[in-house]
Design a binder for this molecule. Structure first.
Ligand code: PMP
Ligand code: GLN
Length: 384
């Protein structure tokens, strides 16, 4: 039997760094601060709520756009947080994780030859999703080490073929946060154009030092052209459940759903039922996430104080970048693998978030961990 040869649609892509580093961590029994996920349980009331949904027989297909009661809860939450009204029936779609929402948004609007502006470092799925649609990612570097957008460079990159700009705040992998001034720049960039915005806001509830999350939902002139994506994986400590959603004006939601219905059709029913009834009673808990994670960030920074790693400030997400410039001049991937094997702590090289790599001797640690895990990890990292 011979499988016919065919040219890969993503020739430069391998298995994601998250899969590689988590597997390496398991293989070497390393403490896994690489892939972003909590090592502590979610609220038992939430698991009970989902289990009850299964027991009560909510085990068949959910409505394609999402369970109406969950869309209603999301709508209320967005209204409370950002003062923005999204119609649960026509402007909110529940997806199998933020990943699916992002993929569907890109697929709904990008045609072959369209350009999409992306800041680098960029979360790993953006560029492959654009390329699978025949689109052209126009990559604009964030500054180093502050990871700020250079709006002049972004303006210079706009062309008649620009279909969209993708933004992500709080930003993975850097923890950088867009400011009110950045939003003003974005508004003036897109005014008088036909550009769409895909705004990845999965870390919207994890923002530090009293900063404000400038959701695109707050700005009428932006939301009218935006897909806003979020995930319960981050806000409920349940990354493995893969329940996310997309807010968008009705005309964009219609197009997004045309893709969503053929990618997965609908999202797991008992999880939607369980999350909806949990949010009805406990949505306040999400508001405590920033201080919960800020404590973890501060603890990790304090524990790493005696090490040769140098932190690059994190203003949101559950990631902390660290420079190892005073330790080694190895490339980031080589250093990350060695750290895992020799010192027993897994991290993520930031270079992989650039389409063609970029070596700054910076790695990403996930601090969504129990205190004891952070203590053990820092103890090892102080030996490096
Ligand atoms: N965007 C960003 C910036 C992320 O960090 C993640 C996951 N960590 C996702 C999207 C995907 O979220 P989900 O797991 O809900 O698909
Ligand atoms: N978003 C998570 C991270 O940045 C990983 C998600 C995944 O494994 N695809 O670590």
């Amino acid at each position: 039997m011979t499988t016919p040869f065919f040219p890969s649609k993503l020739p430069w892509v391998g298995t994601t760094i998250f899969t590689e580093m988590s597997a390496l961590a398991r293989q070497h029994q390393a403490i896994n601060l690489s892939q972003g996920f909590p090592d502590f349980p979610c609220d038992p009331m939430l698991t009970e709520s989902v289990a009850r949904a299964m027991r009560e027989g909510h085990n068949q297909y959910a409505p394609m756009p999402g369970l109406p009661t969950l869309c209603e809860e999301i709508s209320q939450m967005v209204m409370q947080l950002y003062g923005a009204s999204f119609d649960p029936l026509t402007e909110i779609t529940v997806t199998s994780g933020a990943s699916e929402a992002l993929y569907c948004a890109v697929t709904a609007i990008v045609r072959p030859g369209d350009e999409v502006i992306v800041s680098e470092p960029a979360y790993d799925l953006y560029i492959p999703a654009i390329e699978l649609c025949g689109g052209i990612p126009v990559r604009i570097p964030l500054s180093f080490p502050g990871y700020r957008p250079d709006w002049q460079k972004i303006r210079d990159a706009v062309s008649p073929r620009t279909r969209a700009i993708m933004i992500n705040s709080p930003h993975n992998p850097t923890g950088a946060v867009l400011s009110a001034e950045d939003i003003r720049q974005l508004s003036s960039l897109v005014a008088d154009t036909d550009m769409f915005i895909i705004s990845d806001e999965v870390y919207e509830h994890i923002i530090f030092d009293g900063l404000t999350h400038h959701s695109v939902a707050r700005y009428p002139e932006l939301r009218e052209r935006s897909f806003i994506v979020s995930s319960f994986g981050k806000s409920l400590h349940t990354t493995g459940w893969k329940v996310g959603y997309c807010l968008a004006p009705q005309s964009l939601t219609t197009e997004l759903r045309k893709v969503h219905q053929f990618v997965g059709f609908s999202t797991s029913t008992p999880f939607q039922v369980g999350i909806a009834s949990y949010l009805r009673q406990e949505s306040e808990k999400i508001r405590g996430l920033s201080s919960f994670y800020q404590q973890k960030r501060d603890l990790f920074l304090q524990l790493m104080g005696g090490s040769r790693f140098r932190p690059i400030p994190s203003s949101g997400t559950y990631f902390q970048l660290m420079s190892y410039a005073s330790i080694s001049d190895e490339p980031e991937l080589v250093f990350s693998r060695r750290l895992t094997k020799e010192y027993g702590v897994a991290c993520i090289p930031v270079s992989v978030f650039y389409r063609h790599g970029c070596e700054n001797q910076v790695v990403r640690f996930c601090f969504a961990k129990e205190e004891a895990t952070l203590q053990r990890a820092a103890e090892r990292l102080r030996q490096v």
